[in-house]
Design a binder for this molecule. Sequence first.
Ligand SMILES: C[S@@+](CC[C@H](N)C(=O)[O-])C[C@H]1O[C@@H](n2cnc3c(N)ncnc32)[C@H](O)[C@@H]1O
Length: 241
Amino acid sequence: MTFPSGFGPGTYGASFADVYDRWYGGITDATATARFTASRCTTTSVLELGVGTGRLVGALRTEGLTVIGIDSSAPMLDGLRHGLGIQADIAHLPLRPAGRLGGALCAFNTLFNLPTVELQTRVLAEAAEAVDGPIIVEAMTGRGLAEAEPQSVGISRLNAESLVLAATLVDQEAQTVTGQHVEITEAGIKLRPWHLRWSTPEQLDTMAEAAGLRLSERYSDWDESAFLSDSDTHISVYRRR
Ligand SMILES: C[S@@+](CC[C@H](N)C(=O)[O-])C[C@H]1O[C@@H](n2cnc3c(N)ncnc32)[C@H](O)[C@@H]1O
């Protein structure tokens, strides 16, 4: 299975570019992300895979890193105010050969926007070719979805002007979540579709192996808390074998 019908690499950006900074600006700790990333990069430049509107770029720059950002979505890149943004698919990086990029960062489940194991593996392999340093991945473990209902609808956001309902379909076998954020305002209804294929940490390690990488560090958050069997998220650092 690849993308469900009607979904593609540009879906996420088309759905969320206009609200991304407002809705997700503080979704994870940008300062801790940047501090961790800068401490692992082997030079002062970093490749951010799926840079989006640049939510993390300001903090990365504060840590002394120059950011080269890749994203498939022009509307997301339109929001990028600092750093270099290149519109491209992270499974087909336009950067060769390995130069002075000191590492790659793929944050906030971005890897799971790629809908198959093959494409996620390819992202890791391409990043390994493009940078001269570690590949740092932030992702959910999938454990939080183990008990998820196959279908659900809930309130995502509510204020005096709008209601956002989040409808999701979870397929445990395919390891996919397909969702619609349905925004209702006086002006009408806006659909914001999205699709993720999650991989467990163990599956990611296998993909990394296939991409010529090995796991060298794993934590449950950017502050380097221990990764435990019930952690919902992980920060994994892969290096060339
Ligand atoms: C969850 S957002 C993360 C943005 C940013 N890294 C952050 O942490 O806020 C995922 C980003 O990945 C981009 N994306 C999804 N699939 C992609 C692909 N195949 N190639 C490049 N970018 C992709 C989306 O357009 C979106 O900007």
